[in-house]
Design a protein around this ligand. Structure first.
Ligand SMILES: CC(C)(COP(=O)(O)OP(=O)(O)OC[C@H]1O[C@@H](n2cnc3c(N)ncnc32)[C@H](O)[C@@H]1OP(=O)(O)O)[C@@H](O)C(=O)NCCC(=O)NCCS
Length: 196
């Protein structure tokens, strides 16, 4: 019943939202939002191998808040090494995800606003490329395509047609080949996985 009321309120509320940096106080609301939008098996994804026990890239964990300050969207980016290039140099990049918006607020441009803010901030911070696993039909509008990552693989099962990349600096992913590996800072207090 509470969910229905939230949906009705959201439908009639003016669609004002702000994009903000995530804070430690957002953890519970963010995890609840991800459970609702991404489903119970969200932690089984290959991207999770890269995120597990790491902190997001500096300045690249963003949230959307409604006019009352409630968290209604989240996006986080992670430092990775995206294989090596033809010179044998490691290719630094970011892995984006999850991006999620509360179902009651979908279609109001919040996902796009989070994406654009995250990409702008990533570029400002000097990152050269962003990779993700997601629906091409959604992410192509931001410039993500499969061709840039065709010689890269995730560290586990993934759908090739959903593996996409965007260069923030032209040619950054030229020749990049190999497996994505986490390269971000580790959590100081590791999260223990629950037994299945
Ligand atoms: C995908 C998601 C983030 C989009 O957020 P949003 O705030 O509704 O997106 P926007 O309002 O910016 O954009 C809405 C547009 O995207 C389209 N869209 C949304 N999800 C889409 C998808 N999976 N494939 C193609 N188009 C999609 C909508 O049809 C709409 O199109 P329109 O502009 O032509 O009307 C949100 O639906 C969500 O959280 N989904 C569940 C979690 C998820 O799948 N995350 C992505 C994988 S990491």
């Amino acid at each position: 019943m509470a969910a229905v009321l939230d949906t009705v309120r959201a439908f009639f509320a003016p669609s004002t939202f702000t994009i903000d940096m995530e804070t430690p106080a957002d953890v519970v609301a963010r995890e609840n939002l991800l459970d609702r939008t991404m489903g119970a098996d969200r932690r089984a994804k290959s991207s999770e191998k890269i995120r597990h026990n790491r902190v997001p890239a500096e300045g690249l964990a963003l949230v959307a808040r409604d006019s009352r300050g409630h968290l209604i969207g989240t996006v986080r980016l992670w430092n990775v090494q995206a294989g090596i290039n033809s010179n044998g140099d490691a290719v630094d990049a970011l892995l984006l995800g999850p991006l999620a918006v509360d179902c009651a607020h979908e279609g109001k441009g919040i996902g796009s606003a989070l994406m654009r803010a995250a990409l702008l901030e990533a570029k400002k911070r000097g990152h050269g490329a962003v990779l993700l696993v997601g629906d091409a039909a959604y992410y192509e509008r931001f410039g993500f395509f499969g061709d840039k990552v065709r010689h890269l693989v995730m560290p586990g099962p993934f759908a090739r047609e959903r593996f996409l990349g965007l260069e923030l600096a032209e040619g950054w992913l030229d020749g990049a080949a190999g497996m994505l590996v986490a390269s971000g800072r580790q959590l100081t207090m590791p999260i223990l996985r629950r037994a299945a």
